[in-house]
Structures are given as C-alpha cells and as structure tokens.
Write a protein of this length. Structure first.
Length: 534
C-alpha cells in the first residue's frame, strides 16, 4: 500500500491503523510504548545523556552472557598474538626475480623457473617480483611456516600467487613499512576438489599479521581462502575478488589491522556445514570495511561482532549467520535486503515476507553491547528464531515497503536493556514482547513521516529521544531507560533539533523548537502490522 507523504504540520498518530492484525496478541488499535522496566533499567539517563551511556547503564549481566554462551561452543581459533614475531637472525632470504629467483640457502627452498617451493618449517623473508610465477608451501613436517613479505609482488596467470598446499600452520607476516601484492589470473580451472581458487590459497590454518600492507586480487574466484581456519591479527589487507573476498572454511577471525574487501559475492565467509563448532566468523578488533555483491559477512555457524569497527557499505544482506551476536564494537550495515539476519538456512538470492508469525527455526539474534546502525531495504533486524537485546545502542533505518519491517523476529523480541530506535514501514511492524523488562514505545502514523523530518518522544518538558528520518517511514519503535510501561508520552514532528551526542541521526534529548505536537502514546501497547508483541 502506498502511503501519502506527511506535511510538517499535518502529521497525526493513528488511533486505529486500519490494518488487519495478523498475529496472536497483536493489538492494532493504538500507537503505544512498551513494558515495565526493572529497577536497574529505571535508573534512566537524563535527557542530556549520550545514547551509549544510556545503553551501558542498563547492561544486563545475565543476558549479556547469552552472547558468550552462544560463542563458547565454537572451536578455539589457532592463532596467538605473538605468531607473527620472528628472529631476524634466523631466517632464509628469498629474492624473487623473473627467471632468476634465489635463496640465501637451499635448505627448505626449491626454485624451478618461476615457481618457488618452501618445503620445511621456518621463517622465510620474500622480496622482489614475479610477474608470472607462484610461491608454493608444501611442508609435511611439524612446525610453523612463516612467510615474511618484504615488498614482495607475485602474479600467477595460471593459479594462486601463494599456494599453501600443506603446513602444520602457515603465518604470513607483512613487514613494517612495506607494500606487497598477490594476484591470480582469470579463468583458470578450479573445479577439482581442493583445487586452489584464490590468489592466496591455503589448505592449512592461516594467520596474517604484521604492520605492512597486502593487496590481494582474486580475478577468478576468491581473494584469500583457507580450507581450515583463517585469522587476521594485523596489517593493512586490501582484497578485491570476483567471488568471495576472504573465506575461512572452518572460521574467520579478524582480531586487528585494517581490512578492506570488495567482492562480487560474499565479502567475508565461513561455510563449514559439517561441524557445529566451526563455520563461524568473529570480528573482534581492527577496522573492517566491506563492499559485497551478496552478503557482507556470511557464516554457516555463528557470526559475532565483539570489538573493533565494522562497516558494510553495500550488500544484499549485511551480516548473516545461524546465530548473530553484537556484543561490542562499532558496526554500520547497509543492505538492499535484510541488515542482520539470523537463520538456520541460507537466504541468499533475496528475502521474503517478514513478520513475527512465521516459524521459529531456533536461530538467535543477540545484541548485548556496542553501537549498531542499520540501513536496510528489507528487514532491519531479522531473526528466524528469537531476538534478545540487553545492551548497546541500535539505530535501524528500515524498509519503506510494507512486505518487511525494521524489526522481524519469528520467536519474539525480548528486551531487558539497551537503547533501540527502529523506523520503517508499518505493514509488517513488530514490537518487543510484553514480557520485556526494558521500556519501549511504538508509534504508528496515518501517513508517512518524510525524509528530513524529526520525530521526538517527550515526557512533560523533557525530550526523551529525537530522530531525523533518512527516508520515509510510518512506524517507529523506541526502547530506552526513560520509558515506563503505562505512562503517556507526547509525540512531536517537525524541525526539532537533536541532542548534542548523536549516533547517525538519533540522539537522546533534543529541542522541540520548530516541532508540532501531533498526539500521545501509552507505553505498553502496540500498533498493527503482522508482528505484534507477545
């Protein structure tokens, strides 16, 4: 249904949306706000408090531990912080040169034309250029193979530039102050099982660290791929790939560094489906930026952000996994379909209808800390199971079409802490569960709030929250410390101003100068859509 645009002075909250209530317990009669807060949650921040401060003041320890419990069953990653460190007096130096590569010793290194093979554990410092050659690691012995890239550039038209066939563990060290590059060719055969399909390919656990720069170009398939685990500890890693950008089959962990990915398919990927303890992605530190043709980050198992900065600039679905956990860090997700998607099955190829009445598949979307901003064409936060929010600050610019909602959770939305502002279309709008202990308010509008207008939730003379629309919407959910079940709140729309501390176009506090009161809502009731409170 196409909504009429609102004018600044003619916005009205609906008393009845005129939409059929499709879910059990769904109350489409009023625009409302949520359930009673716990004593801890009612220690509300003042109107001048920052969104982050308000979120941290309500962090619920027991539910915050939900994120840890979800991740605890995963296999431990292989890497340790000290893995890239090496003794400069105990290295083999390999000089790369077309038709004339050489090594400081023949022990552990074999050179055949423009193929350099490393066959024993140790530390190897590689420098120079191969315009059409390859580095092969094939070490059957126990011990780490450490490759130090010291202004090394390798291009291989027939396959992987760096091909780790076998090693107990492989570590790629990016030497400080250096720029290194790896690129494969276009259209080589990757059809055989375990055939190299990336510019940097590894059959062994792979660690990347150091403080230099690595530019990887995957012209046929992936940029960086490990058939085991892959951990990035540091360095500047810039990947461009025809298919997936960075793939760790068993797991992919970003602990530090600056990682930039441009991918034709998934940006970050872990896709082992055979073992419940693997197939996970953990973004725990550093700065990660992804531009993806499909999912920004896709895990067959868990996907967690616990620290660092994560920016998905373009994607079909932003962050997708069987369980999705946001426990820390700063995340910004832009997606043409769902922003975050917790699902036991793949949803690649586009999303379907949202709504809280669909089947619960047991997946979990957990937000217990950090800041998260989502801009989605489909559902903003989508869980095919349950959604649990206990901390952090979340802002969702949701869909404009009624087939999706800013919040969509088949197993309900349990909120015990944190701050959430979610705006989107009204047709599939969903509110937190009535059993939630953090206060929430849901606003339904008779016609769209247009981009650029500011909506404010006010108690007496105090502005609780202010939000300026980036795109049109007709339904808004706000969760925060200062919302108490059963109380009435005034709603202002117009050109009011945000508070001084902002996350995207949302803040606690603000000023209603230039805004008009358009109605009032009562905490604890919900507007229509398919996904009402439980």
């Amino acid at each position: 249904m196409k909504r009429n645009h609102l004018t600044t002075t003619a916005v009205a909250l609906t008393a009845a949306l005129g939409l059929a209530a499709c879910g059990a317990g769904n109350d489409a009669s009023t625009a409302t706000a949520g359930a009673a807060s716990t004593p801890a949650a009612t220690a509300a921040a003042s109107s001048g408090s920052t969104p982050a401060a308000a979120a941290s003041s309500t962090s619920n320890a027991s539910l915050a531990s939900t994120s840890s419990a979800l991740l605890a069953d995963n296999a431990k990653a292989h890497a340790e912080e000290g893995d890239p460190a090496y003794d400069a007096e105990d290295v083999v130096k390999v000089t790369l040169q077309d038709g004339a590569s050489s090594a400081s010793t023949q022990t552990g290194v074999q050179i055949d034309g423009d193929t350099v093979t490393i066959s024993a554990p140790g530390t190897y410092v590689l420098s120079g250029t191969l315009t059409d050659g390859t580095i092969v690691v094939n070490s059957a012995d126990e011990g780490r193979v450490r490759l130090v890239l010291d202004n090394a550039a390798v291009t291989n038209s027939q396959g992987a530039a760096l091909n780790i066939v076998a090693a107990d563990e492989a570590v790629v060290v990016l030497e400080e102050g250096t720029t290194n590059s790896l690129a494969d060719g276009t259209g080589y055969d990757t059809s055989a099982e375990d055939a190299p399909n990336a510019a940097l390919f590894s059959m062994a656990d792979l660690t990347i660290g150091g403080s230099g720069t690595l530019k990887v170009t995957g012209n046929t398939n992936d940029g960086i791929a490990s058939k085991d685990g892959l951990v990035i500890l540091g360095g500047t890693v810039d990947v461009t790939a025809a298919d997936d950008g960075i793939r760790g089959k068993d797991y992919l962990v970003v602990q530090g560094g600056t990682v930039t990915v441009t991918a034709g398919d998934d940006g970050l990927k872990s896709d082992n489906e055979d073992d419940d303890t693997v197939g996970y992605i953990l973004l725990a530190g550093g700065t990660t930026t992804v531009d993806a043709g499909d999912d920004g980050a896709h895990a067959e198992g868990d996907l967690a952000v616990t620290g660092g900065s994560v920016t998905i600039t373009k994607s079909n679905e932003g962050l997708e996994g069987a369980n999705v956990v946001i426990a820390g860090g700063t995340s910004s997700v832009t997606a043409s379909d769902d922003g975050l998607n917790a699902t036991q099955g793949s949803s690649s190829g586009g999303g379907g209808m949202g709504g809280g009445g669909m089947a619960n598949d047991g997946s979990q979307l957990v937000i217990s800390g950090g800041t998260l901003v989502v801009d989605s064409g489909g559902d903003g936060l989508d869980s095919n199971g349950q959604t649990t929010i206990s901390g952090g600050t979340t802002v969702v610019y949701g869909p404009t079409m009624n087939g999706n909602g800013s919040l969509d959770s088949n197993g309900g939305i349990d909120v015990t802490g944190g701050t959430v502002l979610a705006a989107g279309s009204g047709g599939m709008a969903e509110a937190p569960d009535t059993s939630s202990t953090q206060g929430w308010v849901q606003l339904g509008f008779s016609s769209n709030v247009t981009a650029g207008q500011t909506v404010q939730i006010v108690s007496g003379d105090t502005v609780i929250a202010s939000f300026t629309a980036k795109k049109d919407y007709s339904n808004l959910v706000f969760v925060g410390d200062d919302i108490t079940s059963g109380q009435s709140y005034d709603v202002y729309v117009g050109s009011g101003s945000l508070g001084s501390d902002q996350l995207a176009t949302f803040s606690l506090g603000g000023s209603t100068d230039g805004a008009t009161k358009v109605g009032s809502v009562t905490a604890g009731q919900a507007t229509g859509g398919m996904g009402g409170p439980r």
